[in-house]
Design a protein around this ligand. Sequence first.
Ligand code: NAP
Length: 319
Amino acid sequence: MKMKKILVTRKLIKDSEDKALKIFDAKLNPNDELYSQSRVIEMCQGCDGVLTSLTDKMDKETIDKLPDSIKIISNFAVGFGNIDLEAAKKRGIAVTNTPEVLSDATAEIGVLLILGACRRAAEGIESAREGGWKWSADYLIGKQLTGSRLGILGMGRIGQKIAKIAKSLGMIIHYHNRSKLSPDKEDGAIYHDNLKSLFSVSDVLSICCPATKETENMINKETVEYFPKGAVITNVARGDIVDDDALIDALNRRKIYAVGLDVYKNEPNLNPGYLKIKSAFILPHLGSATKDTRIAMANLAIDNIDEFFKTGNCKNKVN
Ligand code: NAP
């Protein structure tokens, strides 16, 4: 059988690029250039599939202009908010993602956000670097996790892992999903069938749900008021779930005590309001950034294309 031709839009770790070259006639991106949408369309000419990452905006306009030869968009991420699934479906293009293999690494960052925001790590790091700080009984007093209530918005693969670690730190777990989990998956966590109910018991919130039309701006002017005064909000999922102006305003009013953020609207240009808040513990989208995880994700993205061309289907197809 003739080798399938694929475009890989971003540079991958070498092991994964070697794997792609072994299985496919792969066009790689050795300089890791950020391709524009029109460049992706142009480079897809003659290709059977494309391996995209979350920096590729595969909206309807882009998908509609892809050549007919493209049969699969394999996204190098579990989230697929960057791809218009319906537009792809209409054109008979399968879309796949990389679930599970990144859950541990992302949950680690999710817990880091909780710890960093609650224990004032951003201010602590700045003071330690500046020098001249003076220990005192009330210096950089933070919020203790032990005994506090952690609300998880989106208790899926990553949310459940965060819950497990947080439980071992002595936190009491509450969660909201559209559907209640089975008792073994809940593992003692308390279900809330609506946002207001979850937020009103969340001393700390961890956002772990996908970015969809339904979850867009779930943290907003109205819902931020549901939290207890002095709550902490963390987001390891996607920036689109938060209305930044509402959250920054709540921080400035001390309604919200601190934030821990890994993801933002319009990355990498986060809302400058966050930079003015000393307590904001902010990271540059590091969720899955470990070597093992990035290799596993890339290998899965490659395997998804291979499985699709061999069988006509793929277990990680999302549209
Ligand atoms: P998952 O297993 O599909 O879990 C998502 C959870 O969100 C499910 O429990 C789902 O439950 C819930 N949910 C979905 N829509 C909802 C809604 N409208 N309201 C309330 N809950 C809702 O996904 P995952 O693998 O844990 O990944 C979660 C997200 O993390 C991804 O979509 C991705 O955007 C993000 N992520 C970020 C990074 C990073 O680098 N920071 C890395 C990996 C993943 P129901 O269906 O019952 O509602």
